[in-house]
Design a protein around this ligand. Structure first.
Ligand SMILES: *Cc1c(COP(=O)(O)O)cnc(C)c1O
Length: 338
């Protein structure tokens, strides 16, 4: 049995999802008349209480579109030094938006209001102009930790005081929401734009949503076309998104439970020096200085366990829809051989 814990993106569409995809009514989304894409965008906007939504190919695209629309050349974007928009989007802030970054050092990647207030550029010709603050929730590099709503509210206040828009990279926002019980609309109201992935824990083959005001989404739609992201009968993929929002949100709790079970197994392993707190579906553990993560991952691979090296001595495991209790049992058996 192969156990793939590299990412929650490795899932295949379920039978029910495939049926929904094949049954989807289709049109041409570039021309604006794919009924299933329109239904997904309307459903998402309603769920988050935003004016509009845009269905895109990836979370990188939705983040980058937001950054492009909110900034002008010569801006800076405030974000944590571990954030996905900075580390894992190919320098898109520079390449797409001709802008710089102000990297802050948060608590496992979570920023606080005071840090942000202090980082906003003064009105000074020497400085870049701060035109965006971006948060990540849950925080991938921080091991899937999430924000307290009060902290986001305080950050919103700082952004309002300085008239700087606030973006959310919510690739795994639903993982946070099932833990806190907060409604999506609470978060929708606090950000100028939100990016939410359907292809992670929600189990879709492709797709992310960008949410925000109608005028913002209109501009993002333009830039999406410029990037070559206009797509035609995308309703096939949108149908998977609708299905996932209806059937795959609550079950994220199971992924979190299995992640905690993995944590308990790792605590028994002599080579595991430290495990990040397990708040959602991401497990990050530290090896001693004498063991390289790449070597350790290779050894896991020989036991048919797939993981990723997440730093010189850090390994990441991510639970997901295709990782079942049977896999969990097999994992325990195999880990005992390490
Ligand atoms: C996966 C991810 C994204 C988007 O990734 P794509 O692979 O482009 O869909 C953005 N932010 C975070 C935190 C992610 O984990």
């Amino acid at each position: 049995m192969q156990i793939d814990l590299r990412s929650d993106t490795v899932t295949r569409p379920t039978e029910g999802m495939r049926e929904a995809m094949w049954a989807a009514p289709l049109g041409d989304d570039v021309l604006g008349d794919d009924p299933t894409v329109n239904a997904l965008e309307e459903k998402a906007a309603r769920l988050f209480g935003t004016e509009a939504a845009l269905f895109c190919a990836s979370g990188t695209m939705t983040n980058q579109l937001a950054i492009r629309v909110h900034t002008q050349p010569g801006s800076d974007v405030i974000c944590d030094k571990l954030s996905h928009i900075y580390l894992y989007e190919g320098g898109g802030i520079m390449l797409n938006a001709f802008s710089s970054v102000k990297l802050l050092d948060g608590d496992r990647g979570r920023l606080n209001a005071q840090q942000i207030a202090e980082a906003i550029s003064p009105d000074d010709v020497h400085a870049t102009v701060t035109r965006l603050v971006s948060l990540e929730n849950t925080m991938n590099k921080g091991g899937g930790c999430y924000y307290a709503l009060e902290e986001i509210e305080a950050i919103r206040q700082v952004c309002d005081n300085h008239k700087v828009p606030l973006h959310l990279d919510g690739a795994r926002l639903f993982n946070a929401l099932v833990e806190t019980g907060e409604a999506p609309s609470l978060h929708g109201a606090l950000f100028d734009s939100l990016s939410v992935c359907l292809s992670k824990g929600l189990g879709c083959p492709v797709g992310s949503l960008l949410l925000g005001k109608a005028d913002f989404i209109r501009q993002a739609r333009r830039f999406r076309k410029v990037m070559g992201g206009g797509w035609r009968q995308a309703g096939f993929l949108a149908a998977a998104g609708i299905y996932a929002l209806d059937h795959h949100v609550d079950r994220l709790r199971e992924d979190h439970q299995r992640a905690r079970s993995i944590g308990a197994m790792l605590r028994q392993m002599p080579e595991v020096e430290d495990i990040y707190p397990i708040d959602t579906n991401i497990v990050i553990f530290r090896l001693p200085d004498t063991i390289l993560a790449t070597d350790y991952v290779r050894r896991l691979d020989m036991l048919r366990i797939r993981a990723v090296a997440f730093g010189k001595h850090l390994v990441r495991l991510v639970t997901h829809l295709d990782f079942t209790d049977d896999h969990l049992e097999e994992l325990e058996k195999q880990l005992k051989k390490m």
